[in-house]
Design a protein around this ligand. Structure first.
Ligand SMILES: Cc1cc2nc3c(=O)[nH]c(=O)nc-3n(C[C@H](O)[C@H](O)[C@H](O)COP(=O)(O)OP(=O)(O)OC[C@H]3O[C@@H](n4cnc5c(N)ncnc54)[C@H](O)[C@@H]3O)c2cc1C
Length: 391
């Protein structure tokens, strides 16, 4: 590869976080390089996020990112074997919906926009060594010595590992597995469905006119590859209360083991972590990519201002981001317990499953009947700060 020799910043990873950061540095003319181990047409192809928060869209628009968000998602429906409740969270948050915008589209469009600007993106090159103190970043037989290195390299971040005991990692694997089912079919309804079922959680999420995402909670020892596809389709449709709706539909299935993680602080000297490299959150509530983008925007401002001689915002990056991340983890953790049957294992004891089912049902009824809880949920779910109380 033809190499930029003296970048100010090396970004490792071309996921949403790395690409948003690259876009902002490019605009501000801060010399940087971005390197990803995957080939250009491979990045962002794994089925991941699909729903973007209103505030993320506002943030990206404000920073001038060239993305068109059009399809809105305004409602979620909770379904249990006994209750159905359609919840209009956009209405409760002053008209702030989510946008349906799959992560692979966000990644592909940003790669293309940066490519059009001749940005220094290196695909198909794995970073093998990072020295966070000097700092240095090694790719094959090239070593860069930038002023800052940014780990935007996801859950198995080489940059995070290199930080060693400069940071503390709070890592929590959960006794829960979801099957991620990507289906070639139009959505069953025009909104998200969360099905709270004694056999485990199931979800329906819009992705596009002829693709839909489903989740199916299974015991940790069950893999999607071991299940008969017809049984899987039937179980999923039954839990969603739509028997037969998925018969014959083309699906692909991935296993997802749930875990949460927070790295604190998210920076050490000239090394910084953004997105999944810094923190992991389960997909309950759809928050991970939104946090990753917000990290990237905050750090980009810090690095740009530092490049102009003012390091204050860069140095405060971790302190600025961690409270929001912890709060979001708290919401997602609660929501996961409402959705999942697995929490009966966590609580244990005879009758635990039935007890947990009753609690999950109880939460849905409260969301339906209690305007205060409904308002809190709508704001936390949509990612909108509640308005301050009037004096
Ligand atoms: C099934 C699923 C559903 C989800 N749904 C949602 C949702 O609805 N809403 C939401 O907000 N979030 C969701 N998330 C979370 C979201 O996908 C992640 O939070 C998001 O991908 C984080 O982006 P990132 O840029 O930090 O990391 P990533 O997207 O993981 O990107 C990291 C990049 O780094 C590269 N890389 C890794 N190691 C190296 C190396 N050594 N050298 C060079 N390159 C390297 C990788 O190739 C990759 O391209 C979901 C996640 C999953 C798994």
């Amino acid at each position: 590869m033809e190499i930029v020799t003296d970048p100010e910043v090396v970004i490792v990873g071309a996921g949403p976080a790395g690409l948003v950061l690259a876009w902002m540095l490019q605009r501000a003319e801060v010399p940087y390089v971005l390197v990803d181990r995957q080939a250009r047409d491979e990045v962002g192809t794994l089925p991941k996020a699909g729903i973007v928060e209103y505030r993320t869209v506002e943030l990206l628009r404000r920073e001038g990112l060239p993305l068109e968000f059009d399809a809105e998602n305004r409602r979620v429906e909770f379904r249990t074997p006994r209750t159905r409740h359609v919840f209009d969270y956009a209405d409760l948050t002053g008209d702030r919906p989510h946008y349906v915008f799959p992560q692979h589209r966000l990644v592909a469009e940003l790669v293309e926009a940066l490519g059009d600007e001749g940005a220094p993106l290196y695909f198909g090159h794995r970073v093998t060594h990072v020295d966070p103190d000097r700092p240095s970043v090694t790719v094959g037989d090239t070593t860069w010595h930038p002023r800052a290195v940014v780990g935007a390299d996801g859950a198995n971040s080489v940059v995070a590992r290199a930080l060693g005991d400069r940071v503390r990692v709070l890592d929590r694997p959960l006794a829960a597995r979801w099957l991620v089912v990507s289906a070639r079919t139009a959505p069953l309804v025009g909104h998200t469905i969360y099905a709270i079922h004694p056999r485990g959680y199931a979800a329906h999420l819009r992705r596009g006119p002829d693709e839909t995402r489903f989740y199916l909670e299974v015991p940790v020892e069950v893999s999607g590859a071991d299940l008969d596809p017809d049984d899987l389709r039937r179980d999923l449709a039954d839990r969603l209360g739509e028997p037969g709706a998925l018969d014959g539909v083309e699906i692909s299935v991935d296993d997802l083991d749930l875990r949460t993680r927070i790295t604190t602080p998210m920076q050490a000297g000239p090394a910084f972590l953004v997105g999944d490299a810094a923190h992991l959150i389960t997909p309950a509530g759809g928050k991970g990519m939104n946090l990753a983008v917000a990290d990237a925007v905050e750090l980009a401002h810090g690095l740009i201002e530092a490049n102009h001689g003012d390091p204050g915002r860069r140095d405060a990056y971790s302190d600025t981001r961690l409270p929001v991340i912890a709060q979001t983890q708290g919401f997602s953790d609660w929501f996961l317990r409402v959705l999942s049957a697995f929490s009966s294992d966590a609580l244990g004891g005879d009758g635990a499953a039935a007890f947990v089912d009753a609690m999950r049902e109880g939460w849905v009824r409260r969301l339906r009947d209690d305007p205060l809880l409904a308002r809190w949920f709508a704001h936390a779910y949509a990612g909108v700060d509640a308005e301050p109380a009037k004096p």
